[in-house]
Design a protein. Structure first.
Length: 330
């Protein structure tokens, strides 16, 4: 209900006079005819939009192999790496082979931020070759201050892990200040969550335990095609007294289809997690599952055709640790 305001007569008279001057000022004389000036359009409300295409800096290093990418990434003098368009075989990250994207201690000593970008956004695919233990990229052991832009992961089966992981190894330093943008997890990335009741063990992005907890991570313009049996697009799980889970994490402009559950927040050490602007389609169970964490914000998320519900939590429809804003969860 709009509140009624009562003013003294002297104030009211003054307001009428001011209004008359304001109306007069809107008159514009054109060809001897007084016409009303156009009403200014309201200032648009800022919305979350995709970042513009980035341009390599002068002196950027272009590479055309996984070995060359890793060599450039380990070179602290290199701050801009362009990966030539194409499909690159990658061995499971945890194997730490020459063509494994295990982004760990070798890159933790950098003192300058670095961007690793596809020559054309979407033009570079990291291909697992059909492996049954697929880790496309793992950020561990204190790797930090990196941006990865424009890549796809394809053709492998995650086995109780994530296609892309952050942390997950007790006793190892947490990765931090890492941005991933314009990343696609393709439907050929598979898992065992082929039904609503199947175990939720295989994920697109998996954030897990590390000393200090993975933190200051940003995920922008992420697409996850989960029809191959991935349990989630993002799963936050596992910690202990010495190894925390994630904090200061932002996920924005997320597009998910066909997973069992798009987002699972399942750890009491989680805090300061923001999910802003997402569309989730066809989750076979829930779009979002919450079971732990504080200062979690979920805003501008739309879910459709979820198998059981758009949101689920054993802590109720409005858990104390979560703030909801502008969502449409079926």
């Amino acid at each position: 209900m709009k509140a009624e305001l009562t003013r003294p007569r002297s104030v009211a008279v003054g307001l009428v006079a001011v209004a008359a001057v304001a109306v007069a000022s809107l008159l514009v004389v054109s060809s001897g005819v007084a016409t009303s000036a156009p009403t200014p359009s309201p200032t648009p409300v800022a919305v979350s939009t995709a970042p513009p295409a980035s341009t390599p800096a002068p002196g950027a290093v272009t590479v055309d192999s996984i070995a060359a990418l890793k060599s450039a990434l380990a070179d602290d003098s290199v701050t801009d790496i362009v990966v030539a368009d194409g499909t690159y075989h990658v061995s499971p990250a945890s194997l730490t082979h020459a063509d494994s994207l295990w982004i760990g201690a070798a890159y933790a000593k950098r003192t300058h931020p670095v961007i690793v970008r596809a020559e054309t956004r979407g033009g570079v695919t990291f291909d697992g070759g059909g492996t049954t233990s697929f880790g496309c990229i793992s950020f561990v052991e204190g790797a930090h201050d990196q941006t990865w832009d424009g890549f796809a992961c394809a053709n492998g089966t995650a086995d109780q892990t994530g296609v892309v992981t952050f942390g997950g190894y007790a006793g190892k330093a947490a990765p931090h200040h890492i941005t991933m943008r314009n990343i696609t997890i393709k439907a050929s990335c598979k898992g065992s969550a082929t039904s609503a009741s199947a175990p939720a063990t295989d994920h697109a992005f998996y954030i897990s335990e590390a000393v200090g907890g993975p933190h200051d991570l940003t995920f922008s313009d992420i697409t996850v095609q989960g029809a191959g049996g991935l349990a989630t697009a993002f799963h936050f799980y596992h910690s202990d007294a010495s190894n925390q889970n994630g904090w200061n994490i932002r996920i924005e402009r997320l597009h998910v289809s066909g997973t069992q559950q798009a987002i699972m927040l399942w750890d009491a050490t989680l805090h300061d997690i923001t999910i802003d602007t997402a569309d989730i389609t066809g989750a076979s169970r829930y779009a979002i599952r919450y079971e732990g964490g504080t200062n979690i914000t979920i805003s501008n998320v739309t879910s459709t055709n979820s198998g059981s519900a758009g949101f689920s939590s054993s802590k109720g429809a409005n858990p104390a640790g979560v703030t909801f804003q502008g969502n449409s969860l079926d």
